[in-house]
Design a protein around this ligand. Structure first.
Ligand SMILES: Nc1ncnc2c1ncn2[C@@H]1O[C@H](COP(=O)(O)OP(=O)(O)OP(=O)(O)O)[C@@H](O)[C@H]1O
Ligand SMILES: [Mg+2]
Length: 507
């Protein structure tokens, strides 16, 4: 038998105080999509960072073979030269550069040392076409939405024609259509003999796409099986080590009394004068209510949330009422003062200071409330931080762990915990479970229900229809910046919501 394309044997990796990988073995054949799944913090990204040369040889134990030959990578470039391309979970693009410059960063086509600009852009155009991305290669990356930025990141890896392609949660920020295009490409690459490692928390996706699935738990390999031998419940129980019943909590909430009202909210597109991202949207939310906001990506859901939070100064109009009295919200400070909290979808840009500790992140928004005008590091902060860590089951050594060293899902939990500490009356959640594993999702759903039951009003934006349907008392559907539907829990079905979201029906 020929050697596998890739073989990782007995890989162990220790961070200060954390054994992230404990003797993991993993292999990959040519012409195979091998999925890697596991809870937040299981070690998936760490394993692939080792393969990709992010952690150079000498900083971990174990062996890597490519085509049967032992390889040691001194850095990212060395791994790339060995035919390995990794699309990391967190974006690594240069916002000031164009799409083409990002795709070919460090590998620009040159003649006599001079970058061949025309060549650069025409090559980039071809890669974009292949991904069916309707974006010009000249566009500056920083102006793109997060989903599109992820696609550029994927384009960058594809342009390398790697034999081994690793995708770490590529679809977390993609629309279903974008994801389908990606799957088509991956299947084609597989036919051409590439080996693909696919990391995702979307188990349906993993089951539909992969040939084999390896489950990691707490830094160890639980199992590797042919995908045909697995189904969702089996996969989940292997990931979390227990059976997970209904993921959405039964709810006995009784929403009453409007706590917040938005009237005629309009948001202008910063790039296209006269175009409206949100067009005359009004809504109200009650004490103890979860109001779901559904719609396709680009329908204006996030812009609506940003507007309510005062994050679109100068481009919005509309009126707001807290507990019946008008409030002016011109900046996030006004919103927080009016009792509004906002966990954004783009945690890296707006949610979290990666180089600061968990407790510092947690108390940034809550600072005033916890420590009064004289800000020191009182025990109260530490204690509050420890409580939130426990409540949301944030997996970290202590509240003094640096946020950037947490796994993606655990970072998201810190963002949630931070806003909960501000004791808001209205909590806006934009994609709260993006990149979060099933077990942790269930805990967050439980928290959402618990908070609402205690009287918090929650506005939930999510691309996962099942999440909106499973949690909301009422659902507003947006299509091209306008409300096309309002459905009560009893009447809401996936079909109805989708019909409104695609503009085919008004409910
Ligand atoms: N740079 C680092 N410093 C310290 N600890 C780290 C570092 N990177 C990862 N860890 C720890 O190693 C463990 C594995 O993390 P990893 O990011 O590989 O998880 P993951 O399976 O990718 O999770 P997720 O699904 O949330 O992305 C976690 O306990 C994490 O906190
Ligand atoms: Mg990860």
């Amino acid at each position: 038998m020929t050697a596998p394309l890739l073989e990782m044997r007995d890989i162990s990796k220790r961070f200060p105080g954390v054994l992230a990988l404990d003797g993991v073995s993993f292999d990959l054949h040519a012409g195979e999509i091998h999925a890697l799944v596991g809870e937040n913090g299981a070690g998936k990204s760490t394993l692939m960072n080792i393969l990709g040369g992010v952690y150079p040889s000498g900083t971990y134990d174990g062996r890597i073979r490519v085509n049967g030959e032992i390889r040691q990578f001194e850095g990212v470039r060395a791994a790339e030269n060995a035919g390995i391309a990794v699309v990391h979970q967190e974006l690594s693009l240069v916002p000031e550069f164009s799409i083409a410059e990002n795709i070919y960063l460090g590998r620009e086509p040159r003649r006599f040392g001079v970058i061949q600009s025309e060549d650069l852009y025409s090559r980039a155009q071809r890669v974009l076409d292949e991904l069916r991305l309707k974006l010009g290669p000249h566009i500056q990356v920083g102006t793109l939405g997060i989903g599109q930025q992820h696609l550029v990141e994927i384009a960058k890896a594809l342009a390398r024609n790697a034999r081994i392609l690793v995708l770490d949660e590529p679809t977390a920020a993609l629309t279903d259509t974008e994801a389908e295009v990606l799957f088509g490409i991956l299947r084609r690459l597989r036919e051409n003999g590439a080996g693909i490692v696919y990391i995702s928390h979307k188990l349906e996706e993993v089951l539909a796409l992969s040939d084999r699935i390896t489950v990691l738990r707490d830094g160890r390999t639980v199992s590797t099986d042919a995908t045909t031998a697995l189904d969702t419940p089996r996969l989940i129980s292997r990931m979390v080590g227990r059976e997970v019943a209904d993921i959405f909590p039964p709810t006995r909430r009784k929403p009453e009394g409007v706590v917040f009202q938005a009237q005629g909210v309009t948001v202008e597109d910063p790039n296209v004068p006269g175009k409206l991202l949100v067009d005359d949207v009004s809504f109200e939310v009650r004490r103890g209510e979860v109001l779901g906001i559904s719609g396709l990506v680009g329908a204006g859901r996030s812009d609506l949330m940003m507007a309510v939070f005062g994050a679109h100064p100068g481009r919005i109009s509309g009126r707001f009422f807290a507990a019946g009295s008008p409030v002016s919200i011109d900046c996030p400070g006004d919103a927080i003062a009016a009792g509004i909290g906002f966990a954004t979808e783009d945690r890296k840009r707006f949610g979290l200071f990666l180089d600061q500790t968990i407790v510092d992140n947690l108390t940034l928004a809550a600072l005033k409330r916890l420590s009064g005008p004289m800000v020191t590091r009182p025990d109260a902060e530490t204690a509050a931080g420890e409580r939130s860590m426990k409540e949301l089951r944030i997996k970290a050594r202590s509240v003094f762990t640096v946020a950037g060293t947490l796994s993606g899902g655990n970072q998201q939990k810190v963002v949630l915990a931070k806003w909960l500490l501000t004791s808001p009356k209205v909590l806006l959640l934009d994609e709260p479970t993006r990149g979060i594993d099933v077990g942790a999702k269930q805990e967050i759903y439980l928290q959402i229900d618990r908070l609402a039951a205690k009287g918090l009003a929650i506005v939930l934006v999510s691309s996962e229809l099942s999440e909106v349907l499973g949690l909301s008392d009422r659902i507003l559907v947006l299509h091209e910046g306008r409300i096309t539907g309002e459905l009560r829990r009893e009447d809401a079905t996936a079909e109805r919501v989708m019909a409104c979201a695609t503009g085919q029906a008004v409910a």
